[in-house]
Structures are given as C-alpha cells and as structure tokens.
Design a protein around this ligand. Structure first.
Ligand code: SF4
Ligand code: SF4
Length: 136
C-alpha cells in the first residue's frame, strides 16, 4: 500500500515538473541570439563616448575642458596648429579607464561629445578606441 502511494506521489510530481518544462518551451525566450541580435538600450544609457558633427565637421574645438575635467584620465586630446590656429588632431577615449560619471559630456560647452548605446566595444587593438582622427 505504502509503495503504491509513493509511486502515485512520484508520478504526480513528475507530471507537474513536465508541465512546467513543456509550458516553458512555448514561451517567448528571454535571451537574444547575440551577436546576431542585440538588445536596444535606453537612449539615456552611457556606453561609448562619441564625437558629434555639424555639416561633416567635428564640433570639437579642442579646448581640452573634457580632458582636464575627467577624474579618470580617460580622454586624450592631441592638437596641431593649422593656419596659426590650434585644432583637434586626435581624440581618444579609453573605456577601460572610464567610470561613466558623465562629467565630460556635461562640461563640454560645444555639445561636441555625447554617449551612444554601443555596448560591444571589444576590439583587438587599442587604436579602435580612437573617436576622431584628422586626415592629414
Ligand atoms: S569635446 Fe568639448 S570640452 Fe572636449 S575638447 Fe572638444 S570642445 Fe572642448
Ligand atoms: S564619463 Fe567621467 S570618467 Fe568617463 S571619460 Fe567622461 S569624465 Fe572621464
């Protein structure tokens, strides 16, 4: 009698477990087939610093306010003199140093940098973290 009761209890719990497994098989998956499909992040999320442009030209005037205000030294700006004026030559953002405080974008008086939602920034060379390079 005891064995029959135990067997029935085992079968009931097996059926209940199978019910959960089968019902999960018909649900929409919670994961995406990354990297083929990517999650769209909210516009306010901070992922990678990007250069803003106006009529094809960088809005950055190389004032270096962002570089000086960055507590992590995650921005490096190189300039060069063209026609007696100091202009931006190279703008490098180091995501591995950044703590995503947003001071740089808030301090920039020219709206020259902003955040994009590109979260997969892995690259084989450090050169790929350069956000701007003047062709000269
Ligand atoms: S990004 Fe803005 S704050 Fe930084 S150097 Fe360019 S203009 Fe100045
Ligand atoms: S978000 Fe903060 S740490 Fe990152 S580059 Fe800007 S100022 Fe530096």
């Amino acid at each position: 009698m005891n064995i029959i009761k135990k067997t029935i209890n085992g079968l009931v719990s097996l059926i209940e477990g199978l019910k959960v497994t089968i019902s999960n098989g018909f649900q929409k998956p919670f994961t995406l087939m990354y990297p083929k499909k990517k999650e769209e992040l909210p516009k306010i999320s901070r992922q990678c610093l990007q250069m803003n442009y106006k009529e094809g030209e960088s809005k950055c005037v190389a004032c270096k306010i962002c570089e000086k205000s960055c507590p992590q030294h995650a921005i490096k700006i190189e300039t060069e003199k063209i026609n007696g004026k100091e202009v931006l030559k190279k703008y490098t953002f180091y995501p591995e140093k950044c703590m995503y405080c947003g001071i740089c974008t808030e301090k920039c008086p020219f709206d020259a940098i902003s955040w994009n939602q590109n979260f997969d920034m892995a690259s084989k060379t450090k050169d790929q973290t350069i956000n701007y390079k003047r062709n000269s």
